[in-house]
Design a protein around this ligand. Sequence first.
Ligand SMILES: O=C(O)CCC(=O)C(=O)O
Ligand SMILES: [Fe+2]
Length: 383
Amino acid sequence: MSPAMAMNDERIDDSHAIENEYHKGVKHLYEKGFLHKVPKKYIFPATERPTSIDDSNVAKEKLQLPIIDFADLIGPNRPQALQSLANACEKYGFFQLVNHNISEDVTRCMVDVVGRFFDLPLEERAKYMTSDMRAPVRYGTSFSQTKDSVFCWRDFLKLICQPDYIPHWPASPLDFQEVVATYTQETKHLFLAIMEAILESLGIMEDNQEEEAKENNDNNNNNNIMKELDNGSQMLVTNFYPPCPEPDLTLGMHPHSDYGFLTLLLQDEVEGLQIQFQDKWLTVQPIPNAFVVNIGDHLEIFSNGKYKSVLHRVMVNEAKSRVSVASLHSLPFECTVRPSPKLIDEENPKRYMDTDFGSFLAYVSTRETKKKDFLESRKLTYT
Ligand SMILES: O=C(O)CCC(=O)C(=O)O
Ligand SMILES: [Fe+2]
């Protein structure tokens, strides 16, 4: 074997020069031509790989997620649509939303501008690298380039979306702030409409006015929830997954649940998202111009466990890069999330402790978060 071939065949490990380059992101390594093989830093333990040795937990079939037609939700078919919504939230924790009234122009421009941001030279992107979880803009790789022992095959840019943060967002590409501001406003609007339907499906909104009269002293009761969500937090997570030479060895994102009430996920045409359903990993097939919507930890808590925040992960592939944009919505950062009193009774005792963003951020900044460990830590058990 020639020395060149031997070099090519070698798995790049932590003793090589690129050890200092990992934190710069996987796109950077890809562009430098370092990635003929997956470096050891990115190799998942055998049992956590996409096609793990225990192959029985990887379903071969694709998953047709429940499809909710937004036009039905806001039209005369609302009662049936609410029923389908409730089933999707209880059984899958996920659904695809079609006919959502956000124009294809807005979604296309969003995916496009995110792609162009990741195409900027590394120095430009690296201006936003920080390990400060509360920074209004955070660029990075894996989940945390300072804490993760095994890296995920993913670079990200996270943006806090309260309007006064817009000037902190990247000003390059030139249209970035404008396109993202339009996108975040429209997704916020859509989020609120879906939440109204979800509250109705949980039986919470019907006697709203009566409740308001009764409980207007309590600033965290149900009838205020829409007001709080209206003033609530929104975080945009944009993800870039470069092609991967050995996609069976690593993941774009390890299994996790999202923290907020709902996530609205926009993805390009490349599949990669998998959700856990009946103990199997099922691949979600992208539907053009649909949103994949999923329940987050805060809504699982608020619904007292009725609606499920489901584990999901991302596969990478050899041929194509992939872009996705997740919009995470919740209460204002300083608010407490607790099970709705309307969903607690003798048969259904309170299942979760009250929780807030402060403790969530403290939790995730002190450890490598995987699976649903934050949510698990909030569960109440009764003997
Ligand atoms: O890229 C995807 O399909 C999923 C992204 C995701 O789960 C997230 O950003 O939380
Ligand atoms: Fe997620």
